[in-house]
Design a protein around this ligand. Structure first.
Ligand code: HDD
Length: 695
């Protein structure tokens, strides 16, 4: 039993529209069934097509062959134009503190009830078959099947967005996607068109600096924050509106990779984040997030030093604290990737009564785009009937026909108002969704941008200045890396100008790394403010000292000590880590005569896949590995990525002595098991300047 969702409760049942007969239920398995065609005709031979004689031509009459191949030919649907690569999981939402003073939405007022949900994480720029670890924003989309209709919180792992107005979205995406003439680079912002566009759009500066930070290379999907980004409204019984921003805070804290690791993981395991999610759920180590809200009134918002309707601005948690009112637990990996993760269709316009939109112009544009894209991606306005998309509460309307209609509506009445059929659905003023009756200014029609959206530098400056020194070095190095891939000199120069407005130290570091002169900074459209620092935007600062969710690699070989392997395994697992045995071969004979099965051969499991490494090998093995570059890289990379290393005498003598590895407090001999376990909970960032020329 993974949850206490009452699956008999009609509100929680799968797609009642589809499921009446049971056959198309989402998790239907047909044990021991006979293979049939789509029409239910049993198939006697699934290996040979129908031919005129054993060596004769195939016959057109072979309806089994034609049906099978035709289906196969149509197995692909258009991938998402953005966020194409993703992975998801089922789980539940549980409210721990009622928000009834603020909203009538049952999902935010009924505590203790577990409501089913589906969450999909994604990268933005790459194709469906790209890697998991590019430098990119991560999508964080949650579909909660509430008893009052589906609620989709379609957010990202960063609290702000690149642009202020939806009309700029196609240009932003065209600029970051592979350049249209050459078809590359894949899943990368480090190219001319992206930096050309962003350097001409100062509003992108805030999201850009987040993109250059460690937040853009998460260690695990389980270690990312999620944000609804825009301000929404909560509406209470009295019809009073309160603004709200939604937050997801990971139980495992925020943790990230180093850039060099991310690059190497792309080759070693392109499915790195997806595999981690799958393995954690399979192991019963269910990923969990706290659900939080920032609540504020219109009057409070008017005092903020920025406009909260501008999606390029975050509301510092130090200014409006995040109130934790619930949690999300992911406890079931999809049964079928296509049917669920691929066909799930999120729309920010999916909201239950009691929650409403704000006038954020980016949100307003999104309300159109998602429904529209689902029509082309899933091919029919009936996509809402797919099991993964259908509400789990009763639903009824007069929409009919279209491609792939799965419901069979009865009766002659498919319109409203009507007086012929009392069984048909009717509108309900009491239960129904109603928009907040906001008093609007007498605006003048025009293509305008509010002057209150004009400050593009104060928040990126706050972000940079709030980081630890190691994080600032990562940001400067990321800018240098990305701009180093830009061939067009005037684009690099223009970008350096913006960096001066963000922070002169940052601009200098990047210019020095690129060997360029600093230009004149562009004139800001609004005065740049020195806002108070916000530690809540750090990454390393928010990384907890824990082994929960982390993975340790233990290198063993012929003759290794079973006893010592056992000690490290036990200590690591007791602290919450998973352990993988790595060896030169798939199996090895240990000192006590037993054989150990390695999870990975060293050539296939570089140390970038582990958070800390241990080496327990005999001299003969060490001597051999000392001539193998994959083994040398194993230690060198672990050291360069600031990880804890526990070494045996043979490793020290034959391998470490050949490498530029200094014995600091994170490089410890085998007998210091406790010290290693403590170190493995974090990284020694102070080592980084010794091993890498950071900008
Ligand atoms: Fe978007 C997908 C998040 C702005 C248009 N978006 C998509 C997904 C996420 C986001 C997480 C993937 C959902 C899934 O897993 O299926 N998008 C955001 C956030 C934004 C944002 C947090 C700004 C705050 N998006 C945005 C704008 C537009 C779009 C301004 C268009 C005007 N987004 C789309 C889309 C996608 C999409 C084209 C592609 C696939 C899909 O919708 O289902 O409609």
């Amino acid at each position: 039993m993974k949850d206490n969702i009452d699956h008999k409760d009609p509100a929680n049942q799968m797609n009642p529209a589809v499921g009446e007969g049971g056959e198309t239920h989402q998790r239907a398995d047909k044990d021991g069934a006979v293979l049939t065609t789509q029409q239910g005709v049993a198939i006697s031979d699934n290996q040979n097509s129908l031919k005129a004689g054993p060596r004769g031509p195939s016959l057109l009459e072979d309806f089994i062959l034609r049906e099978k191949i035709t289906h196969f030919d149509h197995e692909r649907i258009p991938e998402r134009i953005v966020h194409a690569r993703g992975s998801g999981a089922h789980g539940y939402f549980e409210l721990t503190e009622s928000l009834e003073d603020y909203t009538t939405a049952k999902i935010l007022t009924k505590t203790g009830k577990q409501t089913p949900l589906f969450t999909r994480f994604s990268t933005v720029a790459g194709n469906k078959g790209s890697k998991d670890t590019p430098r990119d924003v991560r999508g964080f989309a949650v579909k909660i099947y509430t008893e009052e209709g589906n609620w989709d919180i379609v957010g990202n792992n960063m609290p702000i967005f690149f642009i202020q107005d939806a009309i700029k979205f196609p240009d932003l995406i065209h600029a970051v996607k592979p350049e249209p003439d050459r078809g590359f680079p894949q899943a990368a912002s480090a190219h001319d068109t992206f930096w050309d566009f962003v350097s001409l759009s100062p509003e992108t500066m805030h999201n850009l600096i987040w993109l250059m930070s460690d937040r853009a290379i998460p260690r695990s999907l389980r270690m990312m924050e999620g944000f609804g980004i825009h301000s929404y409204r909560l509406i209470n019984k009295e019809g009073k509106s309160t603004f709200v921003r939604f937050h997801w805070k990971p139980k495992l804290g925020v943790q990230s990779l180093t850039w060099d690791e991310a690059v190497k993981i792309s080759g070693a395991d392109p499915d790195y984040n997806r595999r981690d999610l799958f393995e954690a759920i399979e192991a019963g180590d269910y990923p969990e997030w706290e659900f939080g809200v920032q609540l504020f009134t219109e009057e409070e918002a008017s005092q903020f030093p920025f406009d909260h309707l501008d999606a390029t601005k975050l509301i510092p948690e130090e200014l409006v604290p995040v109130k934790i009112v619930g949690k999300m637990v992911l406890n079931r990996y999809p049964d079928n990737f296509f049917a669920e993760t691929e066909q799930v269709a999120f729309c920010p316009s999916h909201l239950p009564p009691g929650i409403d939109f704000s006038n954020d112009p980016l949100l307003q544009g999104r309300l159109f785009s998602y429904l529209d894209t689902q029509l082309s991606r899933l091919g029919s306005p009936n996509f809402a009937q797919l099991p993964i998309n259908a509400p789990k509460c009763p639903f009824a309307n007069m929409q009919q026909d279209g491609h792939m209609q799965m419901q069979v509506p009865k009766g002659r009445v498919m319109y409203e108002p009507q007086s012929l059929d009392p069984s048909k659905p009717r509108e309900s003023e009491k239960q129904g969704f109603s928009s907040f009756p906001e008093q609007l200014d007498d605006g003048v029609k025009g293509r305008v941008r509010s002057e209150s959206f004009a400050d593009h530098y104060s928040q990126p400056r706050m972000f940079y200045r709030s980081q630890t020194p190691a994080e600032q070095a990562h940001i400067a190095s990321a800018f240098a890396f990305e701009l180093g891939k830009v061939d067009t000199a005037h684009v690099r120069t223009r970008m350096l100008g913006h960096l001066i407005n963000i922070d002169e130290d940052l601009a200098n570091r990047v210019a020095t790394a690129l060997g360029m002169e600093l230009p004149k900074a562009p004139e800001p459209r609004a005065p740049i403010q020195d806002l108070p620092k916000s530690p809540a935007v750090q990454t390393i600062g928010l990384s907890p000292k824990t082994l929960q969710g982390r993975q340790i690699g233990i290198l063993v070989g012929e003759g290794s000590s079973k006893d010592q392997i056992g000690k490290f395994e036990k200590a690591a697992k007791a602290a919450g880590a998973t352990v993988k045995i790595v060896a030169p071969s798939k199996e090895a004979l240990l000192d006590d005569g037993t054989r150990i099965q390695a999870d990975e051969r060293i050539a296939g499991a570089p140390s970038v896949l582990f958070d800390a490494v241990v080496s327990i090998i005999m001299p003969d093995v060490a001597k051999k590995l000392a001539k193998d570059s994959s083994a040398l890289d194993w230690f060198n990379d672990a050291y360069n990525h600031c990880k804890a290393i526990a070494y045996c005498p043979a490793t020290e003598k034959h391998i470490l002595s050949k490498l530029p590895v200094e014995k600091d407090e994170f490089v410890t001999p085998l007998d210091e098991v406790d010290a290693f376990i403590e170190n493995a909970k974090t990284r020694l960032w102070e080592r980084e300047p010794k091993v890498r020329d950071l900008a």
